[in-house]
Ligand binder design. Structure first.
Ligand code: DC
Length: 227
């Protein structure tokens, strides 16, 4: 068994999971896997291929000849092409929750995620990491914030990427995705029983990092003691 930890970070859309996970991976020199980017890459290709996002059969046929790779530099490659920016576009954000409900699509991506995480020393973020993908993760953090705080942050992020959107559009899209993600039948978004809740509504980014690092340092000590 690896001495290094497997860290699961779950939470609703735009809760800052990605930023936190990336920071933690850098701090502890771990691998970072953005599982949302995998669902986004599938959605992007589905749209580009003219396939209905509700047609699981066709999406599975498409996936039989599709490769998705997350590079050590945190870029997402779809069939060897860098789609990191394209998968953040509104059209993908608006459709991804419909693609992510399909059980067979999830099964395929979960296998890929477990493969990457299995060596230890990894941080994965998503919706079902602590509950389904890695139920034995060493540390589980459930990161959340109010929908307004999340919409404000996502809107600023969109502006910096040159994506045009209004605050209301972003807030309504987040609220709708939260609803679909948390009420779907397979692997709904929910806090694992053994996850630590981190609500960043009133926290600055450095305060959120500091809280997470403390949680992980403690888990590392506990793991060393139990060896
Ligand atoms: O984290 P994100 O907003 O980039 O995720 C995009 C969508 O992918 C999200 O609305 C739900 C889905 N998703 C999922 O169902 N399970 C995951 N582990 C990660 C993302």
């Amino acid at each position: 068994m690896s001495k290094e930890l497997i860290i699961a970070i779950d939470g609703p859309a735009a809760s800052g999971k990605g930023t936190l996970a990336k920071e933690l991976a850098e701090y502890f020199q771990y691998i970072y896997v953005d599982t949302g980017s995998m669902y986004r890459a599938v959605t992007y290709k589905t749209i580009q291929s003219g396939i209905d996002v509700n047609d699981e059969e066709k999406i599975m046929e498409m996936l039989a000849h599709t490769t998705i790779t997350i590079t050590p530099e945190h870029t997402t490659l779809l069939d060897q092409v860098d789609v990191s920016e394209a998968i953040r576009e509104n059209q993908v954000s608006e459709n991804v929750s419909y693609v992510a409900v399909h059980p067979r699509v999830r099964e395929k991506l979960v296998d890929l995620q477990r493969d990457i995480a299995s060596q230890g020393g990894s941080v994965l973020d998503g919706r079902d990491i602590g509950t389904v993908v890695l139920p034995n993760a060493d540390v589980k953090i459930y990161l959340t914030a109010s929908v307004e705080a999340r919409a404000m942050r996502r809107q600023l992020d969109n502006e910096s990427r040159g994506i045009t959107s209004t605050f209301e559009q972003v807030r309504d899209n987040l609220a709708l995705r939260d609803k679909i993600d948390s009420t779907r039948e397979v692997a709904p978004l929910k806090q694992a029983d053994d996850a630590i809740l981190l609500d960043s509504t009133t926290l600055t980014i450095p305060q959120t990092y500091a809280a997470a690092i403390e949680i992980i340092e403690q888990a590392r000590k506990n793991k060393k003691l139990s060896e």
